[in-house]
Every structure is written in structure tokens, then in C-alpha cells.
Design a protein around this ligand. Structure first.
Ligand code: IVH
Length: 680
């Protein structure tokens, strides 16, 4: 392959891989198998190795996570990262403006930039000669943690500025020059919907959910294994520059416009206003639309727009005198913790839950809140009988934010995790390095109930009629102690349960009977292996083909499956080493449960083939045809060369067809081309 061909192929592969990344990570709807994806990625890696000058710093090969670190290194920020002074009322906001004008000895109004205050995690990105070199957390403002490898996995963070046109978003037509060294600052966040989906997935996988999007973003960014970060739906909004040698930015408005032109996401609600009244209007406006924004914010930030004025104002202590965070009053309500109970999950994790006097928080009645684990309870010092403030985090999940210690009467009772499981009285243990306490009882009815409910749930075997109450009855009556027992139930068994009528018993048996040929991935998910959610189950089913193969796979084989890291591989291998689990699988087989193999997604049918189009196609435009070829692993070229495999001729083909005929290249009409794309 010559240089020019390599360049074209690299561009095509880049577009293709970005397309499949989006299908896989954002839409959860992959179009090609992992193996085919790896073929594309490896081809790109090989070409970049062969033609190093064509390897761009923002190539998709640079975004795949890397193996775990022992710990994060320390990074000194070139310019320190200050924090902001807070204001909570109009009076305080006006006072800020008066002070600025006093210090600047100025009567005329000051122009400000106003921006939503995102509730995520501040990071600092250092670019040198346009390439992302170091990314770090804020830390103490002077020294932060080196999380470069994790930040590189976030697609909203350009690996090179200006973002190269090969990426999904086109760069602005004429972006300003990028200085030699520049620090770019902004907030890493998780949007609300993505946060809820992430928590659902964690619960399915037997993991504790995150309390709110901010914690989820922070937890995801501080992963030692960047492959885990790569799977988290993190986004990034840029809002400031630190050290910026050689730039001539005169206003904060200009800073934001420049960041956008370089390919960063800048909050679209940010604007310049003429005076402090404009700031107050914006504060009210954002307060009104706050709930409808896709991400969480906790206020607005106002910044003196002109940078020379910012410089004159300077900073006190750790905050600039030219900026102010105006915080919304949180929607919090006071209530009483009447009790703290413990729930036992499918994997035996004990979760303490506060039972509270019902209280309305932002229109929703709240009476329960998870307290997560003993460490959280100790950190907040929550006791039974305490008066507390609750708020809804991530809009839905109620959270105890603060104990009102001044209301204490001395009768409040501290909470201790029980030593024995409240359900089965087995010992409760806390494994090293885990925040969670777990019940180790294999026969714990709570775990059995949760396991069976999970087995029958929507994404698993989807057995209708197996609701919470029915499962509880089946388990407490001793009829069912593992998922396989479901398939041995008889009508008499069901009729022996309280309040089960003939008809509902019949319906349930029919539903169970029709779940006997589940798709393999659903069965794998249904087994409830730790860390194996629906997506991972799909990948395992695609790659290993049968349950027997999966059970026999060693950790090394499992690690070859896309997105399976060491922790997941170990959990799967551990699951299939456990004799009790193998017995359940054997029983399922004996009951006649036979999984259906999972169809591989469309393979890259045109992988490695180069097409040339000439003439007019009747059923699609050129661009559409090109996208189709690329989505199936092929390339489209504009001229007939040695590497052209097919020429697709529409009506009125041009001279290229003659050249193709002379060189003996296969010529396809539109029908033959379409048949080929369908693998016919
Ligand atoms: S500017 C000196 N702009 O708020 C100015 N900060 O307490 C530094 N934040 O740690 C920050 N949205 O994480 C700025 N539009 C925005 C912001 C913002 C959120 C956070 C940031 C910072 C904290 C300041």
C-alpha cells in the first residue's frame, strides 16, 4: 500500500471505528461482532505503525483504555486551580458587583459572563503543541492526581486541538492558533439519563448504585483501570483556561468561543450580559429550567468578562475576586429517621436503609433512603431517631444529606451492621477493601428470592407472573430454592400456595414452560454472575457460543472477550468453579432448558474490499452507498487503481467504467451490489 492509499484507508477506518464506538457505547446497539471490530482496530494500528506520520494523536487507537495502574501520580498545575466564593441571595450577588466596582474605581456597569455551575468534577488538561499531554484532578488546587489515561477515554475531550476533521464533529472552519502550552479547565460530568442507566446496570451486576451523578463521575474518573472508565458515560464541558502562553484572549466570552472553535463542548447556555441585573435575570432563568436540563447543576457562575479587569481584581485566599458562584437553595426537607433496616441483595450485600417520616421533597413523597453502607453512616454519623435533611439526588434517589445534630436529645441510637444476616442468620462478613458487608449464607432466603426474581426479570428469562410476592411465597414454602426448581413446579404445588387460583397457576406454568428456550445471552445474564450485566452477557454469548464453552473457559480465554477485564473474568471463572452453581446448571439442563445460540451481528461482509461508484444509483445517493460500504468494512475510492475490487455502475456511468473493463475489474450493477451488501 502506498502512502496515499494508506491515508485514505486510515481515514475510512477512523470514520468506521468512530461509528461503531457510537453504536456500541452510546446507542447500546452494536452492528458488528467484537471480532470484526478488533479486525478494524488492528488494521488501523498496523497501518499507523507502518506509516507513523499518518498516526493522528486523536486516532481511535488512542482512546482504548490501558491496563490498571498501582496508584495515580501527582501533577502540579502550571497555574493553580482556585475555588469560588459562594452567594445564595440577590443581596449577596449585588454586593459582589458593588465590591468589584469599588475596587476598580468604576461607576459604569461591569459586563459579566454567566454560565451554569455544573455539578461534576473539575479537571485540568495540559496540551503541548496541540496534543493532550497531562490531565489531572483539581486536588488541593496546586497539585492534583494524574488521571490522563482515564481522561483520554472521554470522547468529548479532544486528544489534539483543534480537533481533527476526521473526528465526528467537524472543527470550526478557521480556529484560532493553539499556543505552545495551554491548560484547559472544565467539568467532567455524567448526564442524568446516563446516570440512571449506569445505576440500573450496576444493580443488575450486583454492584452498589452510586448516590448521585457527581459521585458517579468522580468514582469513574478515579479508576486505576482505565478500561472501566472507558465504559462509563462521562462527558466534559470546558469553561476556562489556566496557563495559556502566547494567547491574546481579552474576555471570558472570547475564551468560551475559542474553546468551542477548538472542538471542546462549551455550555450552550453561557452568555455575556451587560450588568449585574443581567446576571440576576440569568440566575432566575436558569433556576426555572434547571430541572429540565439533561445534567445536574447547583447554581450559576458569574465572571467579570474583561480579562484585564480580572487581572486588576486578583484573588484573595483561594478564590478570585472577579468570579462568584451563585448557588440555588437545594430542595431539601427536614424529617425524622424512625428506623434503619437492612436489605439483603442477590449477591448477599447488606444495604442499610433509613425509614423516615414521609416528607414531600420537590413534589415527591419520600419515606425511604439508602444509607449505602456502614462507612457512609459513620461519616455522616446518622442515628435512629435523628432529625435529618433529605434531598433527591439525580432527581429521583432520595439521600440523607445532613444530620441536624443540634436537635439531638441523647436518645438517638447509633446503627451497627448486624453480625448475622437478618434473613438466614448466617455470618455477615466484610471483605478486605470492600465497603459492603455480605451475608455468606448460600441458602439465605433473601438472596434466593433476589436471585430468582432476577432470573425471571425482563432482561433475563422474562417470565410473566413471577412478581415479588409470588417469588416470596415459592421460596418460603420451600418449593423453590434455586432458579432450576421453577421448571419442576406442578399445578398442585402452585395451588397449595395461599391465594393462587387455578387460572393464574395455569398461566404461570405456561409462562415458565415457554421460557425453556431462552437466547443464550439472556440465560447467561439470568444466572446472576457478578459483574455480568446484559451487555457483557451478549458479548460472552457471541464469543463463546455455548454455556458449556463459557463454563469451561479459563480466565485467559475470557479476557479475550471485548470489555471483559480481569475482575469480570475472575468473577465468571469463580462462578463456574462453584459446585452449587454447576448443580443448578445441570438441573436446568435436566429440566429441558436449552439455550438458543445467539446470532452474530452482521459481520463485516465487505471487509478489506474497495469499491468505486460511477453513474447514478436509483435507490440511494452516493453518500449513503459510501456509508453502507464502510459500515460493512469496505472502502470507497474515487479513481480506478490496482486496489479497486469492484466498480458499481449506475445509469450513465462515466469513463471510469471503460478503465475498469480494460483492467478486468469486476463491474456490478446496483442490484448485484445490494445483494452483496446483504451477504447474498
Ligand atoms: S470557573 C476561578 N466555571 O465550581 C474560576 N467553575 O468552586 C474557577 N464549576 O471547582 C472555576 N461550573 O468544579 C467555573 N462554569 C463554571 C463552573 C465551575 C462548575 C465548579 C468547578 C470548581 C468549582 C468552584
Amino acid at each position: 500500500m502506498n502512502h496515499e492509499e494508506a491515508q485514505r484507508r486510515i481515514e475510512a477506518l477512523t470514520r468506521l471505528i468512530l461509528h461503531h464506538n457510537q453504536r456500541y457505547y452510546q446507542l447500546d446497539a452494536p452492528e458488528i461482532s467484537d471480532a470484526d471490530y478488533d479486525v478494524l482496530l488492528r488494521e488501523l494500528q498496523a497501518l499507523e505503525a507502518q506509516f507513523p506520520d499518518l498516526a493522528t494523536p486523536d486516532s481511535p487507537t488512542q482512546r482504548v483504555g490501558a491496563p490498571p495502574l498501582e496508584k495515580f501520580g501527582a501533577v502540579s498545575h502550571l497555574t493553580s486551580m482556585l475555588s469560588l466564593a459562594n452567594a445564595f441571595s440577590d443581596d449577596e450577588i449585588r454586593e459582589f458587583d458593588r465590591r468589584c466596582r469599588r475596587l476598580l474605581e468604576r461607576d459604569a456597569p461591569i459586563r459579566y459572563t454567566v454560565e451554569p455551575k455544573l455539578d461534576g468534577l473539575a479537571v485540568n488538561l495540559r496540551y503541548e503543541r496541540g496534543a493532550l499531554m497531562v490531565g489531572s484532578t483539581r486536588g488541593d488546587g496546586t497539585v492534583g492526581e494524574d488521571v490522563t489515561r482515564n481522561l483520554r477515554t472521554i470522547s468529548a475531550i479532544p486528544l489534539a486541538i483543534p480537533r481533527l476533521p476526521a473526528d465526528i464533529r467537524p472543527a470550526a472552519p478557521d480556529p484560532p492558533a493553539v499556543p505552545e502550552t495551554i491548560e484547559i479547565r472544565g467539568e467532567v460530568c455524567i448526564e442524568r439519563d446516563a446516570f440512571l442507566a449506569l445505576n440500573r446496570r450496576r444493580e443488575e451486576e450486583g454492584e452498589a448504585p452510586f448516590a448521585n451523578p457527581r459521585n458517579a463521575a468522580a468514582g469513574s474518573l478515579r479508576q486505576l483501570d482505565s478500561r472501566i472508565t472507558a465504559r462509563r458515560p462521562l462527558t466534559f464541558f470546558a469553561y476556562a483556561v489556566g496557563t495559556a502562553q502566547g494567547t491574546n484572549l481579552r474576555t471570558q466570552g472570547e475564551v468560551l468561543r475559542t474553546l468551542a472553535a477548538w472542538g471542546f463542548t462549551v455550555n450552550p447556555l453561557a452568555r455575556q450580559v451587560e450588568d449585574i441585573d443581567g446576571c440576576l435575570d440569568f440566575f432566575r432563568y436558569i433556576g426555572g429550567i434547571r430541572e429540565s436540563l439533561p445534567y445536574e447543576i447547583d447554581g450559576i457562575v458569574i465572571k467579570v468578562d474583561e480579562i484585564p479587569l480580572q487581572e486588576r481584581l486578583g484573588a484573595v485566599a483561594r478564590s478570585p475576586r472577579w468570579a462568584l458562584a451563585c448557588k440555588f437553595a437545594a430542595i431539601r426537607e427536614e424529617t425524622l429517621i424512625e428506623d434503619i433496616v437492612v436489605q439483603v441483595g442477590r449477591t448477599g450485600v447488606l444495604t442499610p436503609v433509613a425509614l423516615m417520616q414521609p416528607v414531600r421533597v420537590g413534589g415527591v413523597l419520600v419515606s425511604r433512603a439508602t444509607l449505602h453502607n456502614q462507612d457512609e453512616i459513620d461519616r455522616k454519623d446518622v442515628r435512629i431517631g435523628d432529625r435529618v435533611l433529605v434531598q433527591r439526588a439525580g432527581d429521583v434517589i432520595p439521600e440523607v444529606v445532613e444530620v441536624l445534630k443540634s436537635h439531638r436529645q441523647g436518645t438517638e441510637k447509633p446503627f451497627r451492621m448486624p453480625e448475622f444476616c437478618p434473613e438466614c442468620h448466617s455470618r455477615v462478613v466484610r471483605l478486605d477493601g470492600e465497603a459492603a458487608h455480605r451475608c455468606i449464607g448460600m441458602a439465605c432466603p433473601a438472596q434466593i428470592r433476589e436471585r430468582i426474581a432476577h432470573f425471571a426479570s425482563r432482561g433475563a428469562l422474562d417470565i410473566e407472573g413471577l412478581g415479588e410476592k409470588m417469588v416470596a411465597q415459592l421460596v418460603s414454602s420451600g418449593l423453590v430454592s434455586d432458579p432450576a426448581d421453577l421448571f419442576f413446579l406442578t399445578k398442585e404445588n402452585l395451588l397449595s400456595l395461599e391465594r393462587t387460583a387455578d387460572k393464574s397457576a395455569g398461566n404461570l406454568l405456561a409462562a415458565i414452560g415457554s421460557a425453556k428456550q431462552p437466547a443464550l445471552d439472556r440465560l447467561i445474564f439470568a444466572l446472576g454472575i457478578r459483574h455480568v450485566g446484559e451487555q457483557t452477557a451478549k458479548r460472552l454469548a457471541f464469543s463463546l457460543g455455548t454455556l458449556t464453552q463459557l463454563a469451561a473457559a479459563g480466565e485467559d480465554d475470557l479476557l479475550k472477550v471485548r470489555d471483559v477485564g480481569p475482575e469480570v473474568a475472575a468473577a465468571i471463572a469463580r462462578f463456574f468453579r462453584e459446585p452449587a452453581n454447576l448443580r443448578v446448571i445441570e438441573k436446568l439442563r435436566a429440566a429441558g432448558v436449552v439455550p438458543r445460540p445467539v446470532e452474530q451481528p452482521r459481520t463485516a461482509a465487505l471487509s478489506g474490499k474497495t469499491f468505486l461508484f460511477t453513474g447514478t444509483l436509483s435507490r440511494m445517493g452516493r453518500n449513503e452507498a459510501k456509508a453502507l460500504v464502510e459500515s460493512l468494512g469496505g472502502t470507497v475510492s474515487n479513481s480506478v487503481t490496482k486496489t479497486t475490487d469492484y466498480v458499481v455502475a449506475g445509469t450513465d456511468p462515466g469513463s471510469k467504467i471503460r478503465k475498469a473493463q480494460q483492467t478486468g475489474i469486476t463491474i456490478l450493477d446496483e442490484d448485484a451490489f445490494l445483494a452483496m451488501t446483504k451477504g447474498e
